[in-house]
Design a protein around this ligand. Structure first.
Ligand SMILES: NC(=O)c1ccc[n+]([C@@H]2O[C@H](COP(=O)([O-])OP(=O)(O)OC[C@H]3O[C@@H](n4cnc5c(N)ncnc54)[C@H](OP(=O)(O)O)[C@@H]3O)[C@@H](O)[C@H]2O)c1
Length: 263
């Protein structure tokens, strides 16, 4: 039996980066609360992780819906079962230009990428600051470093918020780390019907295991930001320094964006 290091709550824990956080946090000895929409998949994931000797709860919630977010906030607020680590990871992309995208899809995107993390950060910080300890990892993106559509705008909110929150709450014993990955091999792109090979050359794709390993190492060190791999550290630096004219040219190139015109 592994001795628990406290409970970690992970949103989007059934696939990709979130599933890897679950595996690595379980290996460190954390009990887990797994959040996603697909209940059967959550149960399968929980069964596999219980086999590693940690306690696992599942919480089925759609983070684009107020009721789903409220369930997660309610669990974070429960002081009888404190949450020591929060990973705000759930997310998705859209594959249509903003003006052609149904506005309700855009609102759902903002709810999942920004509003739900805002509410969960708020609840977590309230109880963690009161306890004088805790850590939060907010999964943003290198897309947060350049204005490239509504996805990057939502990620930029979470990224800037995390950097501020780490500076503000670290003296109170709570760290907030923005994990800003580049392209990672997960289900993310297939879910919006994108072929990985059409998006970026193979050398730009990262595997989840080192991405999460570096994020947890940076969180251990109380860093405000984690950008896995040297190549993406360089890309993020360049992206934040690019003149608007270059950004506009890049934004218009179909293969770099998540959004393309229909048809
Ligand atoms: N992959 C990349 O290249 C990349 C790069 C930069 C940043 N990111 C960010 O990394 C995070 C994880 O992405 P990933 O690549 O691991 O994606 P993924 O493999 O598609 O996994 C997404 C996870 O989020 C859950 N999820 C999606 N919509 C949800 C909703 N409305 N409510 C609750 N859970 C929801 C999914 O489970 P259910 O479908 O069952 O809900 C799944 O567990 C996202 O925030 C993404 O923006 C990804």
């Amino acid at each position: 039996m592994v001795v628990s290091l406290g409970t970690a709550l992970i949103t989007g824990a059934t696939a990709g980066i979130g599933a890897e956080f679950a595996v690595q946090l379980a290996a460190r000895g954390h009990d887990l609360v797994l959040v996603a929409r697909d209940e059967q998949r959550l149960e399968r994931m929980a069964d596999a992780l219980r086999g590693r000797g940690v306690g696992v709860e599942v919480l089925a919630a759609d983070l684009s819906e107020p009721a789903g977010v409220a369930r997660v906030v309610g669990r974070v607020d429960d002081e009888t079962r404190p949450i020591e680590v929060v990973v705000n990871n759930a997310g998705f992309g859209l594959h249509t230009d903003f003006d052609l995208s149904p506005v309700e899809d855009e609102v759902r995107l903002l709810e999942v990428l920004a509003t739900a993390p805002l509410r969960i950060n708020h609840a977590a910080l309230r109880s963690m600051v009161a306890r004088g300890r805790g850590r939060i990892v907010n999964v943003t993106s290198v897309a947060a470093f350049a204005p490239l559509g509504s996805y990057s705008a939502a990620k930029a909110w979470l990224h800037t918020f995390s950097r501020w929150a780490n500076a503000f709450y670290r003296p109170a014993g709570v760290t907030v780390t923005a994990l800003a990955p580049g392209y990672v091999r997960t289900e993310f792109h297939a879910r919006v019907g994108l072929e990985r090979s059409s998006m970026a050359p193979e050398w730009l794709w990262l595997n989840v295991e080192p991405v999460v390993r570096q994020a947890l190492r940076d969180s251990d060190r109380g860093r405000a930001m984690s950008i896995p791999s040297a190549r993406y550290a360089v890309i993020a630096r360049i992206a934040s320094a690019l003149p608007l004219g270059v950004i506009s040219w890049v934004a218009r190139r179909e293969r770099w964006g998540f959004s393309r015109r229909r048809g």
